[in-house]
Every structure is written in C-alpha cells, then in structure tokens.
Design a protein around this ligand. Structure first.
Ligand SMILES: N[C@H](CCC[C@H](N)C(=O)O)C(=O)O
Length: 288
C-alpha cells in the first residue's frame, strides 16, 4: 500500500525549533534515518521533531514520539509538546489534551490562541532515575569528578529527570558561559550513562532565572522547556527561588511552577507557527 504524504507544521516554542508531523494516517512509525533525512536533505531543520500517532493508552488523545536532529530519541520535550497542543487543538473548541510520550503522560491546556501550559509531571530526583553512573546520596549537589580544566562555576551540579536527564549548574553570569566548549564535555561525561541536557542558570531574583542550555543531541538551542522545569526544581530545592519563577531563555520567557499540591511541574509559554506543508511519502521508505 502506498504511504500517504503527511502534514507537517514548522513551528517554534520561544525559539526552540520544532517540526510536528501528523503520522496518524501513516500506519507505521518514522525511522531515525528518516528523521535525520528530514533535518538534512529535505532541509526542514529542527531541534526536535514530534510525531503524532494514534493513542496507545486509554485516557490519552495521542502518542508522541520525539526525535533530536541526529535521529536519537528524547523522552520529553516541553516546547515541542506545546506545539503539538497547538496542532491538535486548532480549529477545535477543546482546551485540554492528554498526550503520552516515552517519558510519561503530559497534560496540555490552552491559555490563549497560541499560549499553552504543559503539566510535565513530577521530577524524579533519585540518582538511578536521572540516571547517574554511581550512587549519589545528594543529587542536588553532585561533584563533576574527573573533568579538569573547568572553571569553579562548573564543578557542582543539581541532577533532575523531567522525563529526560538534566544537569543544572548555577553560575554568576549565564551570558559568559562558553556553551559550545563546556556543553559537549558535560553532556558526554561518564557520570551520565544516557548523557544529559546541560543547563547554566543565573538566579536574578526569588522569582526569576536566566538560563542557557546545551541540549543532548541538539547542542545550543534558543530554549528548552524541560531544562527550564529542571532548573526551577533545582533552584527551589536549594532555596534559591520560590517554587514559581519566570525562566528567561535566549528565545523568550517560560513561566514554571513546581506545584506544591501534587509535586508536578507545570510550564506555560507561547508557540509560533512558521509554515506548514506535506512531507513526501517516499521518506517513509527510508530504513531504520
Ligand atoms: N527542547 C526540549 C527538550 C529536548 C531534550 C532533548 N535534547 C533530549 O535529548 O533530552 C524541551 O523543550 O523540553
């Protein structure tokens, strides 16, 4: 049976470049090689590609698979999930959506025409959940061992899993962090068996944080929603901020709350559609 052309939506979540592909009529999943081809030869570059498939579990509206530009999979993507919410709710009176990802179930609510919140669930903080390579009693203050030559700011980090692994470093001045130099060193450090998304956070008040992120398998991005969530958790855990703060990334602001009532982390922010089109069916024949 010939595969159909599939609708795509080139979007961004405060600058985080997101490609949403509606695979509901495809009947088979996208392969990592096809994801790489879409980013490469096809020329639809992205930080993350989100594919929408039919729901797998009861009580959910869709299953979403998340690819980084190198074809690897991510378990969570906050900015991309808001873009998926825009695609699935457009033209519909619905204001509420439940999507399942490899990292867990995410609840999306519409706050305005292009503004959505995502309940990212509770953070996981045990060393084996991050995961870290070795037991750590205090995941809020982990020493980055055996990595010499880094400034003092980069010796201790807070480890948080938001569906995906994050290492958060608190720094005096986020703007001057040499992201492209230290990011890959930390991402690939043997302490992180699944590697890590790396955040450099500057506390600017009890309710505001400035953040720059080196994303696992994507590099420096203008924004990363799950990193903003991980950073707020790390900051509140250390008493540096309240449990609700504005996190300012190069691409814009996210409002993050670590809700006391249920321990879930909720993110709110804008989305933008750049253009939409059809992806040729031939891509679906690219082997894994
Ligand atoms: N930009 C995404 C996260 C991508 C994380 C990905 N790079 C990984 O491998 O975990 C966000 O808004 O949450």
């Amino acid at each position: 049976m010939k595969a159909p052309d599939l609708p795509y939506f080139k979007m961004n979540g405060i600058g985080n470049s997101i490609l949403v592909v509606d695979m509901r009529s495809a009947g088979r999943p996208l392969t990592p090689a096809a994801a790489r081809a879409i980013a490469g030869e096809v020329g639809l570059g992205f930080d993350q590609l989100m594919t929408i498939s039919a729901p797998l579990s009861g009580g959910t509206d869709a299953f979403v698979d998340i690819f980084n530009a190198d074809g690897s999979r991510a378990e969570a993507c906050g900015n991309g999930t808001r873009c998926v919410a825009w695609v699935l709710m457009r033209g519909s009176p619905s204001h509420h959506l439940v999507v399942e990802t490899a990292g867990g179930t995410l609840i999306c609510d519409r706050l305005g025409p292009t503004r959505f919140s995502v309940d990212m669930g509770p953070p996981r903080l045990a060393w084996s959940d991050i995961p870290l390579a070795e037991p750590e009693a205090d995941t809020a203050h982990v020493q980055l061992r055996h990595l010499s030559g880094l400034p003092d700011d980069f010796q201790t980090f807070s480890a948080v899993n938001m569906g995906n692994p994050h290492a958060v470093f608190f720094v005096q001045d986020a703007a001057t962090v040499p992201l492209a130099e230290v990011g890959p060193l930390i991402e690939h450090h043997p302490m992180f068996p699944k590697r890590a998304n790396v955040s450099f956070a500057e506390i600017t008040s009890r309710a505001s944080i400035r953040l720059r992120v080196w994303e696992r398998s994507a590099g420096a991005t203008l924004a990363c929603g799950s990193a903003a969530c991980a950073t707020l958790v790390a900051a509140a855990r250390d008493g540096l901020t309240e449990r609700r703060a504005t996190v300012s990334l190069p691409g814009g602001d996210l409002m993050i709350e670590w809700r006391p009532a249920d321990g879930h982390v909720v993110m709110a922010g804008d989305t933008q559609i750049e253009h939409e089109g059809l992806l040729p069916a031939v891509l679906w024949d690219i082997a894994a």
